[in-house]
Design a protein around this ligand. Structure first.
Ligand code: ZN
Length: 80
């Protein structure tokens, strides 16, 4: 089980393929965000991604939640 952290600040446009992209990180990521929302603990990053997307929509934010290429490549849609 692990905690996941959603960056409160959006990715700069040149490093993202979606508008208002916010990335999800693991606690040991070298690109760990300064400000973040904590989710978890979850067994998989897929569960964390889903929870973060539900939280985002409940908040009414127009964020696109994506995985970090460094620590959560299995849920990073920019890689596809
Ligand atoms: Zn990361």
């Amino acid at each position: 089980m692990e905690f996941y952290f959603l960056n409160s600040n959006e990715q700069p446009p040149e490093s993202s393929t979606h508008k208002h992209e916010h990335e999800l990180h693991r606690v040991d990521c070298p690109f760990f965000p300064d400000e973040s929302e904590k989710f978890g603990p979850y067994k998989t990053s897929q569960e964390a991604l889903l929870a973060a997307r539900i939280w985002t929509s409940m908040k009414g934010y127009d964020w696109f939640v994506d995985g970090c290429a460094e620590c959560c490549p299995e849920i990073d849609s920019d890689k596809q």
